[in-house]
Design a binder for this molecule. Structure first.
Ligand SMILES: NC(=O)c1ccc[n+]([C@@H]2O[C@H](COP(=O)([O-])OP(=O)(O)OC[C@H]3O[C@@H](n4cnc5c(N)ncnc54)[C@H](O)[C@@H]3O)[C@@H](O)[C@H]2O)c1
Length: 258
């Protein structure tokens, strides 16, 4: 039997906010495989919530990191460097768009500021986090980011976040291209809908989850735990020849036209 053993590996997980967060389910799988983990939270108001859910993973550290602030992104890695000169994994699981940008008319409600914020938090942050993480990945590494099918097809209401996911997926490819020579792999997971805090900000997500089983070949919704399993695969040597890929974890939804 082949078991995934990540003992001796160190990772940074962004994007845990509560027990529903996809990042938490990914972190659990990594911890179960033996990886030691650092975590970040977006702002001081969220610290306690994150502290409630991560102790089971004996975290190496928990740092504030608003990804819109370059000094904070750098600061996280300065803190990590005090204890570890080498890390192996980065999990990017952050996204945000102002609520007014989501759910209405794309052409009427997409503002310049909303666009810049959504792409800054949800797409650019993968570049800035990777810029800091890559020099610490001295033995090679694996990075993943979370995407959604609206990067490729129209999901009404997802609006500016869809544009952010298109950018994110191309950023994944550019990073994979450049960092391959350092044996750093960069991949994405395009997940089906999961009931999380962020998902609840998207109008119509409940309806989407209700209709999903009718279209998805597997006849059901997916779980955050299943995203965690796919992430574990992409963050382990099991996927050593895979980079620049965006893998659907969506019960097959994306292959069906109607
Ligand atoms: N839930 C879904 O249906 C679904 C489907 C596909 C992809 N995704 C993606 O998965 C990722 C995780 O989302 P989730 O569904 O677990 O929701 P979540 O709300 O649990 O996680 C989103 C995280 O983004 C963080 N964040 C927002 N602004 C930030 C900032 N400025 N700096 C740092 N962190 C910030 C939040 O604090 C939160 O931890 C996102 O990229 C999301 O787009 C979610």
């Amino acid at each position: 039997m082949y078991t995934i053993d990540l003992k001796g590996k160190v990772g940074l997980v962004t994007g845990v906010v509560n027990k529903y967060s996809i990042a938490l389910h990914i972190a659990r799988k990594l911890h179960q495989a033996g990886m030691e983990l650092y975590f970040t939270y977006a702002n001081p108001d969220l610290k306690e919530r994150v502290e409630e859910v991560i102790p089971e993973m004996n975290p190496l550290g928990l740092f504030e990191c608003d990804v819109q602030k370059e000094d904070m992104v750098k600061g996280v890695f300065d803190e990590i460097k005090k204890k570890h000169d080498t890390i192996h994994t980065l999990v990017h699981s952050v996204a945000f768009a102002p609520r007014e940008e989501l759910g209405g008319s794309f052409v009427e409600s997409t503002t310049r500021q909303g666009f810049l914020t959504a792409l800054d938090v949800s797409s650019y942050s993968l570049i800035s986090l990777t810029r800091q993480a890559a020099p610490l990945m001295k033995d090679g590494g694996s990075i993943i980011a979370m995407s959604y099918i609206a990067s490729q097809v129209v999901i009404p209401g997802y609006n500016v976040m869809a544009i952010a996911k298109s950018a994110l997926e191309n950023i994944i490819r550019y990073l994979a291209y450049e960092l391959g020579k350092n044996n750093i792999r960069v991949n994405g997971i395009s997940a089906g809908p999961v009931n999380t805090l962020s998902a609840r900000g998207i109008k119509g997500v409940t309806t989407m989850m209700q209709m999903y089983p009718q279209k998805a070949p597997l006849g059901r919704n997916i779980t955050a735990d299943e995203v965690g399993d796919a992430a574990l695969f992409l963050l382990s040597p099991m996927s050593s020849a895979i980079t620049g890929e965006v893998m659907f974890v969506d019960a097959g939804y994306h292959i069906v036209g109607m």
